[in-house]
Design a protein around this ligand. Structure first.
Ligand SMILES: CNC(=O)COc1cccc(Nc2cc(Cl)ccn2)c1
Length: 341
């Protein structure tokens, strides 16, 4: 029993000298390990007479608890000391690092903004295939087989009768074939042209709108598009309708808005406005009253229903809205460009 008490003294002294976790672990093994000093004393118990063995056993267990308690306390001290060192330079009031947030592509943002504005005007979104038959892409849109708009210079043909859609109008045809009037839909999506230069890319985005009902007039077209353009470019935007032509609408018009850069003056301090080339207006979309031939193609009664339709290029609207000078920036994935939106 005296030997056991001596262990407690020796172990306590050894633990106090242990300044690092490794030293502490060595002390634990030395005293409490399987081959440690306490185990050595306990291994001599069987050689004692029963009374002595019982007393020594009780003392040994008490010493084991004592040594373990001393070890646990020392371990807690060393861990706390380590934590104090770690926290010494830590200031919890310093603001954390904001995780790098991504950003949506400007074309995605403007598509969503245009769709939201038109949904608020009563239109709903339709989607469909990007690879189309020439029937849906041309014929049903009043462009019969020999029509110049079909030729190879502008269209990417997959086969004689399969094309990459050159606009999203085919979606409007498909919708009219699937629904009875009234129809009020918008068709956003990628379109493809066999064209590639500084101001044209083979793939770009368009959004088209279509309204078909009884008694739809050109006044409805003007009112709807004026309201739409002012939601995108601001309430003070001047809107101008100019006569134009599309095979699928009659009459047709193009809509100009007062120039986003010079506000319509046509010039800036630096001279003639480079955006509107001094005209004070920029073209934003094309539109018109749906040609009856198109309604014939989808089986709508042209005596009962009239409608208007419109279409715009999303990259063009985006470049005007954000003052982007080069179409190619949309496709270069330069993070310095993209992270501004
Ligand atoms: C970029 N797009 C433009 O400059 C002009 O787009 C336009 C103009 C006028 C009409 C349409 N779409 C259309 C669709 C059907 Cl189903 C019937 C008649 N028209 C698209």
């Amino acid at each position: 029993v005296a030997e056991l008490e001596g262990l407690v003294e020796a172990c306590a002294a050894r633990l106090d000298r242990a300044l690092a976790l490794e030293e502490l672990e060595a002390a634990r093994v030395e005293f409490l390990g399987r081959k440690g000093q306490l185990a050595a004393v306990m291994s001599r118990l069987p050689g004692l007479d029963p009374d002595a063995r019982r007393e020594a056993g009780k003392a040994a267990n008490a010493v084991k608890e004592r040594l373990t308690a001393l070890y646990d306390a020392r371990l807690a001290d060393l861990n706390r000391a380590a934590m104090d060192v770690a926290l010494a330079g830590f200031d919890p009031t310093v603001p954390g690092y904001a995780p790098a947030a991504g950003s949506l592509h400007p074309v995605t943002l403007v598509t969503a903004e245009i769709c939201k504005a038109l949904e608020e005007l009563g239109f709903s979104i339709v989607t469909g295939p990007e690879i189309e038959t020439d029937y849906y892409n041309f014929e049903a849109l009043n462009m019969p087989p020999e029509h110049p708009a079909r030729d190879m210079q502008d269209t990417l043909y997959i086969s004689d009768s399969i094309v990459l859609r050159t606009h999203t109008s085919p979606l409007q045809i498909r919708t009219m074939l699937a629904r009875k009037p009234p129809v009020a839909v918008i068709a956003p999506g990628k379109v493809y042209r066999r064209d590639s230069d500084l101001t044209h890319t083979p793939m770009f985005h368009q959004i088209e709108g279509l309204l078909v009902d009884e008694g739809v007039s050109m006044a409805d077209l003007r009112g709807t598009l004026t309201a739409f353009v002012r939601r995108i470019f601001g309430p003070k935007t001047n809107v101008r309708f100019r006569p134009s032509f599309f095979p699928f609408t009659e009459p047709s018009a193009e809509v100009d808005i007062s120039c986003v850069l010079c506000g319509g003056k046509g010039s800036t301090a630096a001279g003639p406005c480079r955006v509107c080339k001094g005209t004070g207006f920029v073209e934003i979309l094309g539109c018109g009253m749906v040609d009856p031939n198109v309604f014939d193609a989808v089986g709508y009664d042209t005596e009962r229903y009239t409608g208007f339709a419109f279409g715009m290029g999303v990259e063009r609207v985006t470049m005007l809205k954000y003052g982007i000078g080069d179409l190619r920036m949309f496709f270069e994935n330069d993070i310095r460009f993209l992270s501004q939106f």
